[in-house]
Every structure is written in structure tokens, then in C-alpha cells.
Write a protein that binds this ligand. Structure first.
Ligand code: SIN
Length: 538
């Protein structure tokens, strides 16, 4: 089957939906998502969206906080651009119907999170992402030009180089092959503009608060098609996810610490003062490493987050969803501290894009967590990512629309997918086993604290697994699990390769072999050029 569309948007979180809504009046939009439209990382975002909204605050202060959190690796011009675009981006969300929490005076309620010098986080209680997703999904579903393809997962991009079977400069994106899970067939989408808004890659790690869909698909398929990636070593571990065997690393928002919660050891000692002057509101990398170090030193299984002193009424009003969820697991956070551990949360690196969200492949945009825009540097400031998603989606949409009416050489016809001699697999255990092995290997060897030896070990194993996957991939018919496995293996390799090439500790990348920041000889970005065109496409 073949579908022609003006705009192909892969991913239905805040970035993908914003782009779709911004271009839909001008052409046909195919919105592709691998599960239901609202199963996204945006939906799970608790904290909120950071923007300058009060008179005491300023763009300068927001920019400075972003640079400090990013260990001075963020690009100042991008930081300026994003913080200054903040109020307009939030205005768009409000116009689409997002209802942020208000205080008793009916003004927007601004909360605080780690690394922010001012209250500047707009939120909808403790379920901000759910409210944003609700409003944007409703708006998208009402638009006659947006056609939704649920349960469709991207396999590979179609580029001019791939069609012509030779390198082309500049290369151009012509659409994508997308696997329809229900009908078990690969659909060929030809598109003038292709947008990767597939979110992050937390599932590369054994423990993550990301949804199951976060398998780094966009990074992997973009890189395979020739798009450059940058700064993949900077995986952010959220310091506080619920420690409970059945809770799947449920996130305990940083806003809980923003409103005064204190981290303690099992013996009740509040340890953050030993690590940073901002104590519990230190940047996330420092808090996550502090918890990791205390757990290792004292042999504890977790740390404890205590907000009981604020009283039940305050807690239930500010954190209704976290309160209810903890209660389901037998923890009453109004009376006892919450057991917490760090888990993989946010990929600061990704497909390298310019200030309009475009990759080095023409008409291929990457927006949201899949992209590396230069905003986050070595560590993302809390609640900057929803903002980045909207700002870059708007910019990518603007550039697409400017090009839309201009004459371009017409796209060459795109070939439909060819399954070759692939047959049904009789050994799906290989897929399950390799999934597990990659995630464990990444958690044990490429986690919060790294070393050259551990990274090299991880690389050896991942290359071996990749070889196995490649052999398997071309022999058997596609399944969704196989597509995702191939992607997490690619992303794992890119993370390890980037980590091996940074010979210092900075932000989220901490290695015992180079424990200090090196301001003399550091490389700004660890860039891995996109895979060159090759006929196997692997
Ligand atoms: C949180 O609520 O702690 C997550 C917010 C974020 O990661 O930006």
C-alpha cells in the first residue's frame, strides 16, 4: 500500500501535535503513532512547562539557569531563542485549550523545580502532560486535514540517496516506510516534509520512568538514513522514581522537592547538604549521583523522600495523582516518606538539528526529545523540554510552510517496500533475550557512574548483539518488537560511542577515569555522522 501526503508527522506527543496543528490548514497531514494517539511521554509529564511569567523573573535568569544546569555546554543563542519564545509558546497551548492551574487570586500558579532560581513552572496540578495531551489531541482530531494512523510504527526513512542507490548531496527525505501492526504490512508514505517527533529512549535502560514506546526509534531511523547525531552520552537519570516492585519506576515529580520535600537515608539523615549548597534542589545530575552514592555506601536499596511535614491537605491538593498512585502501592505520602531510586528519564542528545529543527537531510525535521537542538547541553533543566518541543515544532512548521509553495524539483517516485524472501520467525526468544541483554548491559555499564573499562565492555557486547540482530532482521518478516529491538541496539551503540569519546566528566556524563570537568580540552559536541548510504540499510 502507498499513501501520498504533504506532511508526514511521526509521533503524537507535544512536538508532533504542535507541528501538525500549525501546518494542517495548508495541506494534508498524516499523523503516525505506534500505539494510541495519547500513549506518549508527554502524557506522563508531571512537572510542567518552564517560562518567564512573573515580574520578578527575567529571560536572563531563565537563560542563566539553563546554562548552569547544562554545565555550560548549551548553545547560548539557542537558549536565548527558546526562553524568549516561551510566553508565545505557552500562549499557543492556552489557545488550544490547555488549562494550567491557577492560585486563589486566579493567577497562573507557578511552581519551582531543581536548578530554577525563580518560580516559573506552569503546571496542571501534578499531571501537566496529561492536560496538554488532552487539549492538543482534541484539536488535532477535530481538524479535517489531519489523518491519524494509530498502531503504525516507522521502519526506515526513504531518502533520495536510498532511492537512487548512491550518495546524494544534499540528501532529501521523501517519506518513510511504516509498519501497520494490525494488518502486518509495510505501508509506503511519500511526503514532501517528514517530521520525527518520536520522543526519547529510556527503554534502552533496564529501569526507566519512560513509557514502553520510548525505544529511540527516531534517533535510530534518522541516523541510519544519514542524519547526524550529537551528545548521546547525556542520558538524564531522574533522581526520584517510586521504589516498588510493581510500580514500573513511577515518577515522583521534582516539583515535590520544589515544594519542600527532603531526601533522607534509611537512618533518617538528610544527606543533600553534603553534596550541594542548593541541597535537595541541586541540579538533577548531582541529586541522582548523590542518591546512587549514598545507596552504595550504606547498602540501602533506595532513598526516602519526605514531605510529610507539609500536612495532608497541602499534599493532596498539590500532588493528587502522585498521592493516589503511591497509595495504590500502600504508601501514604502524607504520613511516611516515599521510597525512591533514580531511573533513566530524558535523552539530552539526539538528531542534530539547526535552529528550525531541520536535520542535515533536507525536509527531514526532528523535534522534541528525539532532537539535539543545543538547548540542554550536558544536562536538561527541569521543565525545559515541553517548552523546547513547542518552540521547535513551531519553527519547523514555519520553515515547512515557507517552502511549501515554492517550486522544488519534484520528488522521484518512491519504491514500495520489498520483503524479499523473509519468512515468519520461529525463534522469537532471540528478540526477547536481546532486548533484556541490551537493557541490563546499559544499566550496569553505561549508567549514572561510568568507566572506560565498563564502556568498552558494553560496546563489545552491543556490537555482538547488533550482528545477531542484523542476521535475524533480513531473514524474518517484520514485527513491532523486532523493529524496536533493532532501534534500541542502534541507540545503545550511539550512547556508548559518544560516552567513550568524551574524556571528562560533565553534566550527566560522569566517569571515574576522568572525574573532573576539563575546560581546556573538552569537545563541545560529540557528533556521530549519520550512517553513510548502504544498500542493506542496516
Ligand atoms: C518532573 O516532574 O520531575 C519531571 C519534569 C521534567 O523532567 O522536566
Amino acid at each position: 500500500m502507498k499513501i501520498e501526503t504533504d506532511f508526514l508527522v511521526i509521533g503524537s506527543g507535544i512536538a508532533g501535535l504542535t507541528y501538525a496543528l500549525k501546518v494542517a490548514d495548508r495541506g494534508t497531514v498524516s499523523l503516525v503513532t505506534k500505539r494510541n494517539i495519547d500513549i506518549t511521554a508527554t502524557q506522563l509529564a508531571q512537572g510542567g512547562i518552564a517560562t518567564v511569567f512573573s515580574e520578578e523573573d527575567s529571560f536572563g535568569a531563565h537563560a542563566e539557569d539553563t546554562m548552569v544546569a547544562g554545565a555550560w555546554l548549551s548553545k547560548p543563542e539557542i537558549v536565548e531563542l527558546v526562553v524568549q519564545s516561551g510566553p508565545a509558546a505557552v500562549g499557543d497551548l492556552i489557545n488550544w485549550g490547555v488549562q494550567f492551574s491557577r492560585n486563589q487570586d486566579n493567577e497562573y500558579d507557578l511552581t519551582r523545580e531543581g536548578g530554577h532560581s525563580h518560580r516559573r513552572i506552569l503546571h496542571a496540578k501534578d499531571a501537566t502532560g496529561r492536560e496538554i495531551e488532552r487539549a492538543l489531541v482534541e484539536a488535532a482530531q477535530q481538524h479535517p486535514n489531519i489523518t491519524l494512523f494509530q498502531d503504525h510504527i516507522a521502519v526506515d526513512l526513504i531518502t533520495e540517496a536510498k532511492v537512487l542507490q548512491r550518495p546524494v548531496s544534499p540528501n532529501r527525505c521523501l517519506g518513510a516506510y511504516i509498519f501497520d501492526k494490525e494488518n502486518e504490512e509495510v505501508v509506503t508514505f511519500g511526503a514532501r516534509f517528514t517530521v520525527l517527533a518520536t520522543g526519547g529512549a529510556g527503554k534502552v535502560y533496564l529501569y526507566t520512568c519512560n513509557p514502553d514506546i520510548a525505544t529511540g526509534d527516531g534517533v535510530a531511523i534518522g541516523w541510519r538514513a544519514g542524519a547526524d547525531v550529537a551528545n548521546m552520552e547525556f542520558m538524564q537519570f531522574h533522581p526520584t522514581t517510586l521504589y516498588h516492585p510493581n510500580a514500573k519506576s513511577f515518577l515522583i515529580s521534582e516539583a515535590v522537592r520544589g515544594e519542600g520535600a527532603i531526601l533522607k537515608r534509611s537512618d533518617g539523615y538528610a544527606f543533600m547538604a553534603d553534596y550541594h549548597p542548593l541541597k535537595d534542589l541541586a541540579p538533577r545530575d548531582i541529586v541522582a549521583r548523590a542518591i546512587d552514592s549514598e545507596m552504595k555506601k550504606y547498602g540501602d536499596d533506595c532513598a526516602y523522600l519526605d514531605i510529610t511535614y507539609k500536612g495532608a491537605a497541602f499534599i493532596k491538593d498539590h500532588f493528587p495523582m502522585i498521592y493516589e498512585t503511591c497509595l495504590q502501592y500502600g504508601i501514604d505520602m502524607t504520613r511516611e516518606p516515599i521510597p525512591v531510586v533514580p531511573a533513566a528519564h530524558y535523552l539530552c542528545g539526539g538528531l542534530r538539528v539547526d535552529q528550525d529543527g531541520e536535520t542535515n537531510i533536507d525536509n527531514l525535521f526532528a523535534i522534541g526529545e528525539v532532537a539535539c537542538t543545543g538547548l540542554h547541553g550536558a544536562n536538561r533543566l527541569a521543565s525545559n523540554s515541553l517548552l523546547e518541543g513547542v518552540v521547535f515544532a513551531k519553527r519547523a512548521a514555519q520553515l515547512s510552510l515557507e517552502r511549501f509553495d515554492k517550486q522544488y524539483p519534484p520528488n522521484p517516485p518512491v519504491p514500495t517496500w520489498d520483503s524479499g524472501n523473509a519468512t515468519d520467525s520461529d525463534e522469537e526468544v532471540i528478540v526477547a533475550h536481546n532486548w533484556d541483554e541490551i537493557r541490563r548491559c546499559m544499566w550496569n555499564y553505561v549508567g549514572i557512574v561510568r568507566s572506560d573499562k565498563r564502556l568498552q565492555r558494553a560496546m563489545n557486547r552491543i556490537l555482538l548483539i547488533q550482528q545477531e540482530i542484523d542476521e535475524y532482521y533480513w531473514d524474518f518478516l517484520l514485527t513491532s518488537d523486532l523493529i524496536e529491538l533493532r532501534n534500541i541496539a542502534t541507540v545503545a551503540k550511539l550512547i556508548v560511542q559518544s560516552a567513550l569519546s568524551r574524556h571528562e566528566s560533565r553534566g550527566l556524563h560522569f566517569t571515574i577515569d576522568h572525574p573532573e570537568r576539563d575546560d581546556q580540552n573538552f569537545q563541545h559536541d560529540t557528533i556521530i555522522p549519520g550512517a553513510e548510504y548502504c544498500s542493506s540499510g542496516s
